[in-house]
Design a protein around this ligand. Sequence first.
Ligand code: 2AM
Length: 171
Amino acid sequence: MRLFLALVPPPALRGRLGALADAAHARCGGRRMPDESLHLTLAFLGEVGAAKAAELVDWVNHLTLAPGKWRLDAWGAFQGPGIVWVGGQSPDPALAALHERLWHALEGRGLTGRPARYVPHVTLLRRAERLEADDLPDMDLEWTYNQVALIHSINDGQAVRYAPLAHTRAS
Ligand code: 2AM
């Protein structure tokens, strides 16, 4: 099963991100992420067997996480897959540390795939037809988080859906 670790936005922020996705879609085209799929990936684990997935569920359910805040104030794009995203203008040390902590633990559990560079972002569009961000609305949002979710990406021929399997505890 395909798994990843992510932050899931609280409902009010999800609505704000959805409105930004609408604005981006009107200008850039492509495929707009549904509101219920919006997230910040912390670690993409790829295909994981059932036994390893059960081990990860147990690990995540017992992890504690200090609360944090992430400032979202910039548009960005990944040219190859035509991704339009929102993220932070400045690097976020707390997210970088969280990413490092998670990958350190994952590698200790035999998982691989840590990216060479981590760019925290929330994907709003995929396969966008136009990637210029000039016209897009300014934003300055704050994401308050206190848990990481282990999410199953279900790709069964219908639209891809995300199902949370485990959550960290607040410390
Ligand atoms: P994204 O963060 O740019 O949107 C589930 O697929 C999540 O993991 C998505 O958010 C996805 O991209 C992210 N991800 C990171 N690396 C990936 C990869 N190699 N294949 C698929 N998804 C990946």
